[in-house]
Design a protein around this ligand. Structure first.
Ligand code: UFG
Length: 315
């Protein structure tokens, strides 16, 4: 397709990379972001920027721009926080409804939605899209509810949609984004390397996996963004997993980082973290079939690009 794409959350870690990729493909881009975690400086100056919260009145954005499709990244995404503040995380749902209502009012016919493997809950192993959904935190619940609402709006109002369920996104997208509040394993390993923290604590070593530590499917941010661009062009409504179909254990991540960077990463084993499944891997057959998408970057590529971003800012 061509035209103008509205990117919600376009100042965030993934959204800002998507904005750049869309501009490169000659789309016009409009960004909405409330800057709660996003940074204005990450938004390419060729995009039109609105500092707005998705639960606010968005009519100005749709009046001033003829939007052809929406890529909807904006959401609160800290799993632990979602279990302490459901009020805040409910905005993920009400903001999505507000956005969809505008799409109906202004006849916008396509949405690509950032969903999450968190909708599967404590599932284990290689998961296809028709695996049971059973979120074990409120964040995952909000993503699942949004998927369902989008599906209904598609039925009732003829909006085309692709819900992309991300597994563990990592790597640098060229914008040198550093997580300001690191909770995920990639930024934590990086903070150890740049001496912002002493060591990595590996949560549990007695899981039923190849080395006893949890296995996750890490997908490079650039590959992930590519899938969104492909999704804009397919005539398909539904849910697609985005992962590599391969897993890496936490211990492997630590070892591979030492290997790639040429320096030992100090670590120790700690207790299991509540709610962590042993192994979560995406089946990505559907992404290949529907989007003709295949991830190109490896975990070692992600380690290298993330380290380059961290190294630069701590030098
Ligand atoms: N881990 C450690 N030590 C740490 C941090 C994490 O050992 O200090 C381990 C975790 O136990 C887990 C793995 O590293 O086994 C990955 O943990 P992350 O916190 O990086 O990611 P999660 O798999 O827990 O969660 C991610 C996203 C969520 C999303 C979920 C979907 O952060 O937003 O994937 O499965 F909901």
């Amino acid at each position: 397709m061509t035209g103008t794409i509205l990117v919600t959350g376009g100042a965030g870690y993934i959204g800002s990379v998507a904005v750049k990729a869309l501009l490169k493909k000659n789309y016009d881009v409009v960004v909405i972001d409330n800057l709660s975690k996003g940074l204005k400086k990450l938004v390419d100056s060729k995009a039109k920027f609105y500092e707005l919260d998705l639960v606010d009145d968005l009519s100005k954005v749709f009046e001033e721009n003829k939007i052809d499709a929406v890529i909807h990244f904006a959401a609160y995404k800290a799993v632990e926080e979602s279990m302490e503040n459901a009020v805040k995380y409910s905005d993920n749902i009400s903001g999505t409804i507000n956005l969809l209502n505008c799409m109906v009012k202004y006849s916008v016919k396509k949405i690509i939605f950032s969903s999450s493997a968190a909708v599967y809950g404590e599932a284990n192993g290689v998961l296809s899209e028709n695996h049971d959904t059973n979120p074990c935190n409120y964040y995952g619940f909000t993503k699942l509810e949004c998927e369902k609402i989008i599906k209904w709006y598609s039925k009732v109002h003829g909006i085309g949609y692709v819900c992309l369920r991300y597994f563990n996104v990592a790597g640098d997208g060229g914008l040198r984004y550093l997580d300001p509040d690191a909770k995920n394993i990639f930024p934590i390993i990086m903070e150890v390397l740049v001496k912002k923290r002493e060591k990595v604590v590996i949560f549990g070593k007695d899981y039923d996996t190849r080395d006893g530590t949890c296995v996750r499917d890490y997908i490079d941010i650039n590959d992930l963004v590519d899938a969104h661009l492909l999704a804009l062009d397919v005539d398909y409504n539904g849910i697609i997993n985005l992962g590599t179909s391969k897993g890496a254990s936490v211990k492997e991540l630590v070892d591979w980082t030492s290997e790639v960077i040429g320096r030992q990463v100090p670590f120790e084993y700690g207790k299991r973290r509540a709610g962590d499944p042993a192994e979560l891997i995406a089946s990505n057959e559907k992404a290949l079939k529907i989007l003709n998408w295949k991830p190109k970057r490896t975990v070692k590529d992600m380690i290298k690009s993330t380290y380059d971003a961290y190294k630069e800012s701590f030098e």
